[in-house]
Design a protein around this ligand. Sequence first.
Ligand code: DOR
Length: 439
Amino acid sequence: MSRPIVILNASLYGDTTASIVVEDGVITQVGETVDAPEGAWEIDASGLVALPGLVDLHTHLREPGREDAETIETGSRAAAVGGWTAVHAMANTNPVSDTAGVVEQVYSRGQEIGLVDVFPVGAVTVGLKGEHLSEMGAMANSRARVRLFSDDGVCVYDPVIMRRALEYVKTFDGAVVQHAQDLRLTEGSQMHEGEVSAELGLAGWPAVAEESIVARDALLAEHVGSRVHVQHLSTRGSVEIVRWAKDRGIAVTAEATPHHLLLTHESARTYDPLFKVNPPLRTEDDVEALRAAVADGTIDIIATDHAPHASEDKDCEWAAASFGMLGLETAVGVVQKVLVDSGLMTWRDVARVMSENPARIGKVDHLHGRPLAVGEPANITLVDPKAAWTVSADALSSRARNTPYGGIELPGRAVVTLLRGAPTHIDASLNPPTEGVPA
Ligand code: DOR
């Protein structure tokens, strides 16, 4: 058992000031004054914001298969540094996570490393090929208890397969998690279809290719009476469709990534593949719509789509490069910059979109996204909103280097992460004790 911890004078949810005592993995006291247990490590948390441990619904860990880009261990470390206590690992591994065997292996490896809970997402179709449903029931009943299924990286394009998947997950209250991309409309596409793609001569990925699938799947979810979660929403039109579907009572939830909330297609003018991502970075108007939608609850969560790539897959010409960018270690800073410091959201809202809602959608809300209250598991993230820092790719814990934020200053970051009371990340500025804390 790790040493007791006293978090002194934190700003709970960025709101009231209180201290928190953690013993044997559980929160045992919360209050203006607390009794420090013997031998406790005291953290002076004045000026720090205490949030429930963050939960990412969209992470690529690349193991098994591309351990040269990321492993469950390096990805877990990047997650802990970023303030996350749980991540949902996407299925586009090699072999694909489409059997109980693979998801159990990923889950167990995550537990063995112990830095974050790794919840595997199962593939919807065998080999992500879009042809035959995977063994969803076996994955759901496995030790990994899979509740979310996604072919992320590719869209579940066939409407009949999508319908069957929605019917299947209903039996165990799971959800189909969709990468909304009409495959025909985006064949060969490289970036957002618009003025910039026309000027650069790169093949465009039109907004309608996302929006048409979002609309179709909302209607299918309604027809089946099942749950669909839409990944990385990137356009104003998608926001409007999700808003319409929610008003109609359809069980649709949606996510936005930090990069779609900050960056635009203008970045592609650099021809730097660090800005190549799927769905692509879009227009200022889309960014504005996404920010407003996260703030008003139309978009339920922020998820990173942390997509590590080996340098040979990114250090090449734009057209040859892989899609994707890192996100775990920079998410808190980006979210603070675009949503909190801009006045659109409070830290209380951040707890909702980065911890409580993702835990609920992922069906892990008995473990994560819990209130900061006595008797709850001590999954806690302390954020220093004044720790302005400049992102350096070489200083990241991820094995990969493909951050689009190199050289950019972010206003804050996670400085302590506790998983069931055990510190998984302590920023050096807090002078972590040398003994008794398994950092
Ligand atoms: O940019 C992306 N990268 N989008 C995806 O959907 C997949 C991901 C990856 O696996 O690299």
